[in-house]
Ligand binder design. Structure first.
Ligand SMILES: [Zn+2]
Length: 369
Protein backbone atom coordinates (compact mmCIF):
# COMPACT_ATOMS: atom_id res chain seq x y z
CA UNK A 1 0.00 0.00 0.00
CA UNK A 2 2.80 2.36 1.03
CA UNK A 3 4.69 1.43 -2.14
CA UNK A 4 1.71 2.34 -4.28
CA UNK A 5 1.37 5.66 -2.53
CA UNK A 6 5.06 6.44 -3.03
CA UNK A 7 4.77 5.46 -6.68
CA UNK A 8 1.78 7.79 -7.07
CA UNK A 9 3.66 10.64 -5.44
CA UNK A 10 6.65 10.15 -7.76
CA UNK A 11 4.44 10.10 -10.84
CA UNK A 12 2.61 13.18 -9.60
CA UNK A 13 5.90 15.02 -9.01
CA UNK A 14 7.14 14.17 -12.50
CA UNK A 15 3.82 15.26 -13.97
CA UNK A 16 3.90 18.54 -12.02
CA UNK A 17 7.38 19.27 -13.30
CA UNK A 18 6.47 18.50 -16.90
CA UNK A 19 3.16 20.35 -16.72
CA UNK A 20 4.51 23.54 -15.22
CA UNK A 21 7.60 23.40 -17.42
CA UNK A 22 5.30 23.23 -20.42
CA UNK A 23 3.26 26.06 -18.96
CA UNK A 24 6.39 28.16 -18.58
CA UNK A 25 7.38 27.78 -22.21
CA UNK A 26 3.79 27.76 -23.38
CA UNK A 27 3.72 30.76 -25.61
CA UNK A 28 7.40 31.29 -25.67
CA UNK A 29 9.23 31.75 -28.91
CA UNK A 30 12.95 32.09 -28.50
CA UNK A 31 12.35 33.42 -25.00
CA UNK A 32 9.83 36.00 -26.16
CA UNK A 33 6.10 35.90 -26.41
CA UNK A 34 4.02 38.64 -27.84
CA UNK A 35 1.34 40.46 -25.91
CA UNK A 36 -0.05 43.71 -27.14
CA UNK A 37 1.73 44.49 -30.38
CA UNK A 38 0.28 44.11 -33.84
CA UNK A 39 2.14 41.78 -36.13
CA UNK A 40 4.03 43.05 -39.09
CA UNK A 41 1.74 43.28 -42.09
CA UNK A 42 4.38 41.52 -44.15
CA UNK A 43 3.80 38.49 -41.96
CA UNK A 44 3.44 35.38 -44.07
CA UNK A 45 0.07 34.71 -42.45
CA UNK A 46 -1.41 37.94 -43.72
CA UNK A 47 -0.26 36.96 -47.20
CA UNK A 48 -1.97 33.60 -46.87
CA UNK A 49 -5.04 35.37 -45.39
CA UNK A 50 -4.98 33.22 -42.29
CA UNK A 51 -6.31 34.97 -39.20
CA UNK A 52 -3.44 36.23 -37.05
CA UNK A 53 -4.12 33.75 -34.24
CA UNK A 54 -4.01 30.69 -36.54
CA UNK A 55 -0.72 28.83 -36.97
CA UNK A 56 0.26 25.84 -39.11
CA UNK A 57 -0.46 23.44 -36.28
CA UNK A 58 -2.97 25.31 -34.13
CA UNK A 59 -3.27 28.71 -32.54
CA UNK A 60 -1.35 31.46 -30.79
CA UNK A 61 -2.11 34.69 -28.99
CA UNK A 62 -2.78 37.64 -31.23
CA UNK A 63 -1.99 40.46 -30.99
CA UNK A 64 0.81 39.71 -28.60
CA UNK A 65 4.15 40.73 -27.11
CA UNK A 66 5.76 40.25 -23.77
CA UNK A 67 8.48 38.10 -22.40
CA UNK A 68 8.23 35.15 -20.12
CA UNK A 69 10.54 33.98 -17.41
CA UNK A 70 10.26 30.31 -16.50
CA UNK A 71 9.97 29.25 -12.90
CA UNK A 72 12.64 27.01 -11.45
CA UNK A 73 12.39 23.63 -9.68
CA UNK A 74 11.52 25.29 -6.36
CA UNK A 75 8.21 26.39 -7.85
CA UNK A 76 7.37 22.84 -9.01
CA UNK A 77 8.19 21.50 -5.57
CA UNK A 78 6.00 24.14 -3.90
CA UNK A 79 3.11 23.28 -6.21
CA UNK A 80 3.60 19.59 -5.49
CA UNK A 81 3.76 20.22 -1.76
CA UNK A 82 0.57 22.30 -1.80
CA UNK A 83 -1.23 19.60 -3.76
CA UNK A 84 -0.82 17.39 -0.71
CA UNK A 85 -1.11 19.86 2.16
CA UNK A 86 -3.85 22.41 1.65
CA UNK A 87 -4.83 25.55 3.58
CA UNK A 88 -7.91 25.48 5.80
CA UNK A 89 -10.95 26.89 4.06
CA UNK A 90 -12.73 29.60 6.09
CA UNK A 91 -16.44 28.99 6.75
CA UNK A 92 -17.38 32.31 5.13
CA UNK A 93 -16.06 31.07 1.77
CA UNK A 94 -18.78 28.52 1.05
CA UNK A 95 -22.35 27.36 1.63
CA UNK A 96 -23.23 23.78 2.46
CA UNK A 97 -24.76 21.97 -0.50
CA UNK A 98 -28.18 22.00 1.19
CA UNK A 99 -27.95 25.76 1.73
CA UNK A 100 -26.78 26.21 -1.85
CA UNK A 101 -29.67 24.21 -3.32
CA UNK A 102 -32.27 25.90 -1.08
CA UNK A 103 -30.97 29.35 -1.97
CA UNK A 104 -30.93 28.59 -5.67
CA UNK A 105 -34.47 27.16 -5.51
CA UNK A 106 -35.69 30.31 -3.74
CA UNK A 107 -34.56 32.66 -6.51
CA UNK A 108 -36.74 32.86 -9.60
CA UNK A 109 -35.76 34.85 -12.65
CA UNK A 110 -32.27 35.32 -14.05
CA UNK A 111 -29.47 34.38 -11.69
CA UNK A 112 -25.91 33.15 -11.28
CA UNK A 113 -24.59 30.32 -9.08
CA UNK A 114 -20.88 29.86 -8.33
CA UNK A 115 -19.96 26.16 -8.33
CA UNK A 116 -16.24 26.95 -7.96
CA UNK A 117 -13.25 28.21 -10.03
CA UNK A 118 -14.75 29.28 -13.41
CA UNK A 119 -17.65 26.84 -13.18
CA UNK A 120 -20.89 28.82 -12.92
CA UNK A 121 -24.55 28.17 -13.58
CA UNK A 122 -26.00 31.10 -15.48
CA UNK A 123 -29.78 31.21 -15.68
CA UNK A 124 -30.99 33.66 -18.35
CA UNK A 125 -33.90 33.72 -20.79
CA UNK A 126 -35.28 30.52 -19.27
CA UNK A 127 -32.13 28.53 -20.06
CA UNK A 128 -29.40 27.16 -17.81
CA UNK A 129 -25.81 27.54 -18.99
CA UNK A 130 -22.97 25.60 -17.32
CA UNK A 131 -19.58 27.26 -17.85
CA UNK A 132 -16.19 25.51 -17.84
CA UNK A 133 -17.39 22.25 -16.25
CA UNK A 134 -14.94 21.10 -13.59
CA UNK A 135 -16.24 18.95 -10.69
CA UNK A 136 -13.31 16.60 -10.03
CA UNK A 137 -10.98 16.52 -7.05
CA UNK A 138 -7.82 17.12 -9.09
CA UNK A 139 -7.17 19.30 -12.14
CA UNK A 140 -4.93 16.72 -13.78
CA UNK A 141 -5.03 13.51 -15.83
CA UNK A 142 -5.08 11.51 -12.57
CA UNK A 143 -7.88 10.84 -10.09
CA UNK A 144 -5.33 10.69 -7.26
CA UNK A 145 -2.92 13.61 -7.75
CA UNK A 146 -2.26 17.01 -9.26
CA UNK A 147 -3.45 20.54 -8.46
CA UNK A 148 -6.04 19.83 -5.79
CA UNK A 149 -9.51 21.15 -5.21
CA UNK A 150 -9.65 22.89 -1.81
CA UNK A 151 -13.34 22.18 -1.24
CA UNK A 152 -16.16 20.35 -3.02
CA UNK A 153 -18.26 21.93 -5.80
CA UNK A 154 -21.02 24.23 -4.46
CA UNK A 155 -23.60 21.89 -5.99
CA UNK A 156 -22.58 18.34 -6.86
CA UNK A 157 -22.99 16.87 -10.33
CA UNK A 158 -25.89 14.69 -9.15
CA UNK A 159 -27.84 17.68 -7.87
CA UNK A 160 -27.38 20.01 -10.82
CA UNK A 161 -30.52 21.32 -12.49
CA UNK A 162 -31.05 20.21 -16.12
CA UNK A 163 -28.36 21.86 -18.25
CA UNK A 164 -29.39 23.43 -21.57
CA UNK A 165 -26.02 24.76 -22.71
CA UNK A 166 -22.38 24.01 -21.88
CA UNK A 167 -19.99 26.88 -22.60
CA UNK A 168 -16.22 26.24 -22.55
CA UNK A 169 -13.36 28.76 -22.56
CA UNK A 170 -10.44 26.43 -23.31
CA UNK A 171 -8.87 23.02 -23.05
CA UNK A 172 -7.15 22.97 -19.66
CA UNK A 173 -7.88 20.44 -16.93
CA UNK A 174 -9.29 23.04 -14.55
CA UNK A 175 -11.75 24.32 -17.17
CA UNK A 176 -12.74 21.22 -19.09
CA UNK A 177 -12.90 18.09 -16.97
CA UNK A 178 -13.11 14.75 -18.73
CA UNK A 179 -14.88 12.98 -15.84
CA UNK A 180 -17.47 15.75 -15.56
CA UNK A 181 -18.16 15.77 -19.29
CA UNK A 182 -18.60 11.99 -19.30
CA UNK A 183 -20.90 11.98 -16.26
CA UNK A 184 -23.28 14.77 -17.27
CA UNK A 185 -26.73 13.56 -18.27
CA UNK A 186 -28.81 14.41 -21.39
CA UNK A 187 -25.90 14.43 -23.81
CA UNK A 188 -28.34 14.34 -26.73
CA UNK A 189 -30.19 17.44 -25.50
CA UNK A 190 -27.44 19.77 -24.30
CA UNK A 191 -26.14 22.37 -26.74
CA UNK A 192 -22.36 22.61 -26.41
CA UNK A 193 -20.54 25.79 -27.44
CA UNK A 194 -16.73 25.59 -27.61
CA UNK A 195 -13.70 27.30 -29.21
CA UNK A 196 -12.26 25.85 -32.45
CA UNK A 197 -10.82 22.37 -32.16
CA UNK A 198 -12.87 21.11 -29.23
CA UNK A 199 -15.84 19.63 -31.08
CA UNK A 200 -14.31 16.16 -31.21
CA UNK A 201 -13.70 16.17 -27.43
CA UNK A 202 -17.47 16.33 -26.88
CA UNK A 203 -18.50 14.16 -29.85
CA UNK A 204 -16.21 11.37 -28.61
CA UNK A 205 -17.95 11.58 -25.24
CA UNK A 206 -21.45 11.20 -26.66
CA UNK A 207 -22.67 14.76 -27.17
CA UNK A 208 -24.85 15.36 -30.22
CA UNK A 209 -25.12 19.15 -30.60
CA UNK A 210 -21.68 20.73 -30.56
CA UNK A 211 -20.75 24.06 -32.15
CA UNK A 212 -17.12 25.15 -32.33
CA UNK A 213 -16.43 28.82 -32.99
CA UNK A 214 -13.44 30.85 -34.11
CA UNK A 215 -12.83 34.31 -32.60
CA UNK A 216 -15.59 36.70 -33.68
CA UNK A 217 -17.91 33.87 -34.75
CA UNK A 218 -21.38 33.93 -33.22
CA UNK A 219 -24.14 31.43 -32.59
CA UNK A 220 -27.67 31.99 -31.39
CA UNK A 221 -29.44 29.42 -29.24
CA UNK A 222 -33.05 30.42 -28.69
CA UNK A 223 -32.89 33.96 -27.39
CA UNK A 224 -29.20 33.87 -26.39
CA UNK A 225 -26.32 34.90 -28.64
CA UNK A 226 -22.80 33.63 -27.91
CA UNK A 227 -19.88 35.55 -29.43
CA UNK A 228 -16.47 33.90 -29.31
CA UNK A 229 -13.86 36.56 -28.50
CA UNK A 230 -10.10 36.66 -27.90
CA UNK A 231 -8.35 35.93 -24.61
CA UNK A 232 -4.64 35.89 -23.78
CA UNK A 233 -3.94 32.31 -22.86
CA UNK A 234 -3.05 28.92 -24.31
CA UNK A 235 -4.37 25.36 -24.28
CA UNK A 236 -3.40 21.73 -23.93
CA UNK A 237 -3.78 18.64 -21.74
CA UNK A 238 -0.50 16.87 -22.41
CA UNK A 239 2.91 17.32 -23.98
CA UNK A 240 1.65 16.72 -27.53
CA UNK A 241 -1.43 18.93 -27.89
CA UNK A 242 -0.07 22.32 -26.94
CA UNK A 243 -2.15 25.13 -28.51
CA UNK A 244 -3.87 22.69 -30.89
CA UNK A 245 -7.28 24.03 -29.79
CA UNK A 246 -8.35 27.65 -29.46
CA UNK A 247 -9.06 29.59 -26.25
CA UNK A 248 -11.92 32.08 -26.15
CA UNK A 249 -13.67 34.54 -23.92
CA UNK A 250 -17.39 34.93 -24.55
CA UNK A 251 -20.02 37.64 -24.85
CA UNK A 252 -23.40 36.22 -23.86
CA UNK A 253 -26.31 38.40 -24.98
CA UNK A 254 -30.01 37.91 -24.32
CA UNK A 255 -32.86 40.27 -25.17
CA UNK A 256 -32.35 42.21 -21.93
CA UNK A 257 -28.84 41.38 -20.68
CA UNK A 258 -25.23 41.35 -21.77
CA UNK A 259 -22.72 39.20 -19.92
CA UNK A 260 -19.02 38.62 -20.50
CA UNK A 261 -17.31 35.36 -19.51
CA UNK A 262 -13.54 35.69 -19.55
CA UNK A 263 -12.68 32.07 -18.77
CA UNK A 264 -8.95 32.37 -18.25
CA UNK A 265 -6.76 35.20 -19.47
CA UNK A 266 -3.67 37.27 -18.89
CA UNK A 267 -4.00 41.02 -18.91
CA UNK A 268 -3.94 42.91 -22.19
CA UNK A 269 -3.93 46.67 -22.58
CA UNK A 270 -5.76 46.50 -25.90
CA UNK A 271 -7.83 43.34 -26.38
CA UNK A 272 -10.43 44.05 -23.71
CA UNK A 273 -10.74 47.72 -24.68
CA UNK A 274 -11.58 46.59 -28.20
CA UNK A 275 -14.08 44.03 -26.91
CA UNK A 276 -15.67 46.73 -24.71
CA UNK A 277 -15.97 49.12 -27.64
CA UNK A 278 -17.40 46.54 -30.04
CA UNK A 279 -19.48 44.32 -27.76
CA UNK A 280 -19.98 46.32 -24.55
CA UNK A 281 -21.16 47.78 -22.38
CA UNK A 282 -21.78 44.64 -20.32
CA UNK A 283 -24.17 44.35 -17.40
CA UNK A 284 -21.99 41.68 -15.79
CA UNK A 285 -18.45 40.43 -16.46
CA UNK A 286 -16.85 37.35 -14.94
CA UNK A 287 -13.19 38.28 -14.44
CA UNK A 288 -10.38 35.96 -13.25
CA UNK A 289 -8.67 37.20 -10.09
CA UNK A 290 -6.49 34.27 -8.94
CA UNK A 291 -3.39 32.19 -9.85
CA UNK A 292 -1.12 35.20 -10.43
CA UNK A 293 2.07 34.38 -8.44
CA UNK A 294 4.96 34.04 -9.13
CA UNK A 295 4.24 37.06 -11.29
CA UNK A 296 7.24 36.62 -13.58
CA UNK A 297 5.79 33.35 -14.85
CA UNK A 298 2.09 33.78 -14.30
CA UNK A 299 1.66 37.20 -15.88
CA UNK A 300 1.51 35.65 -19.34
CA UNK A 301 -1.25 33.26 -18.27
CA UNK A 302 -3.36 34.97 -15.61
CA UNK A 303 -4.23 38.55 -14.71
CA UNK A 304 -3.92 39.69 -11.10
CA UNK A 305 -6.80 41.34 -9.17
CA UNK A 306 -5.74 44.89 -10.06
CA UNK A 307 -5.54 43.95 -13.73
CA UNK A 308 -8.95 42.28 -13.45
CA UNK A 309 -10.41 45.61 -12.34
CA UNK A 310 -8.78 47.47 -15.25
CA UNK A 311 -10.03 44.73 -17.58
CA UNK A 312 -13.57 45.22 -16.24
CA UNK A 313 -13.33 48.94 -16.88
CA UNK A 314 -11.96 48.33 -20.39
CA UNK A 315 -14.87 45.96 -21.05
CA UNK A 316 -17.27 48.70 -19.90
CA UNK A 317 -18.80 46.27 -17.44
CA UNK A 318 -21.18 47.50 -14.77
CA UNK A 319 -20.71 44.63 -12.28
CA UNK A 320 -17.61 42.45 -11.97
CA UNK A 321 -17.92 38.89 -10.71
CA UNK A 322 -14.72 37.41 -9.26
CA UNK A 323 -13.82 34.01 -10.72
CA UNK A 324 -10.83 31.66 -11.05
CA UNK A 325 -9.88 31.77 -7.37
CA UNK A 326 -10.59 30.06 -4.05
CA UNK A 327 -11.11 26.59 -5.50
CA UNK A 328 -7.93 24.89 -6.77
CA UNK A 329 -4.45 25.38 -5.46
CA UNK A 330 -2.63 26.48 -8.62
CA UNK A 331 -0.14 29.16 -7.66
CA UNK A 332 1.94 30.87 -4.99
CA UNK A 333 -0.18 33.79 -3.73
CA UNK A 334 -1.87 33.34 -0.33
CA UNK A 335 -5.14 31.52 -1.05
CA UNK A 336 -7.41 34.22 0.43
CA UNK A 337 -5.57 37.27 -0.87
CA UNK A 338 -7.21 37.71 -4.33
CA UNK A 339 -10.65 38.99 -3.19
CA UNK A 340 -9.07 41.52 -0.79
CA UNK A 341 -6.95 42.98 -3.57
CA UNK A 342 -9.88 42.81 -6.01
CA UNK A 343 -12.11 44.72 -3.62
CA UNK A 344 -9.51 47.38 -2.80
CA UNK A 345 -8.58 47.92 -6.46
CA UNK A 346 -12.25 48.17 -7.38
CA UNK A 347 -13.00 50.82 -4.75
CA UNK A 348 -9.78 52.69 -5.61
CA UNK A 349 -10.94 52.77 -9.23
CA UNK A 350 -14.32 54.22 -8.38
CA UNK A 351 -16.48 51.09 -8.52
CA UNK A 352 -19.36 50.77 -6.08
CA UNK A 353 -19.31 48.09 -3.41
CA UNK A 354 -22.36 46.32 -4.83
CA UNK A 355 -20.77 46.16 -8.30
CA UNK A 356 -17.89 44.05 -7.00
CA UNK A 357 -19.19 40.53 -6.51
CA UNK A 358 -17.12 38.12 -4.44
CA UNK A 359 -19.50 35.19 -4.17
CA UNK A 360 -19.36 32.26 -1.79
CA UNK A 361 -18.97 28.85 -3.39
CA UNK A 362 -22.53 27.53 -3.76
CA UNK A 363 -24.05 31.02 -3.60
CA UNK A 364 -26.73 32.15 -6.06
CA UNK A 365 -27.37 35.82 -6.76
CA UNK A 366 -30.24 37.24 -8.80
CA UNK A 367 -29.40 39.33 -11.85
CA UNK A 368 -31.00 42.76 -12.12
CA UNK A 369 -34.01 42.73 -14.45
ZN1 LIG B 1 -6.03 27.85 -18.42
Amino acid sequence: MKKIKLFHLCIALIWFTLFYATLGCATQKGGVIHLGQEKNSADSKSESKKPGHHTESGFENFPVVQMVDKSGPAFYLRRFWHSIFLHDVPDVHYLSETQAINLRDSISGDNITWIGHTTFLIRISGMTILTDPFFSKYASPFSWGGPKRMLPPGISLDNLPPIDIILVSHNHYDHLDDVTIRKLQDKDKIQVVVPLGLKSFFKERGYTHVSELDWYDEIKINDIKFSSLPAVHHSGRNLSDHNKTLWSSWAISSSNKKLYFSGDSAYSDNIFKKIGEEFGPFDYAFVPIGAYEPRKTMKIHHMNPEEAIITGKDLQAMTLIASHWGTINLSDEPAWEPPKRFHKAGIDNGLMENNLWVMKIGETRPLAE
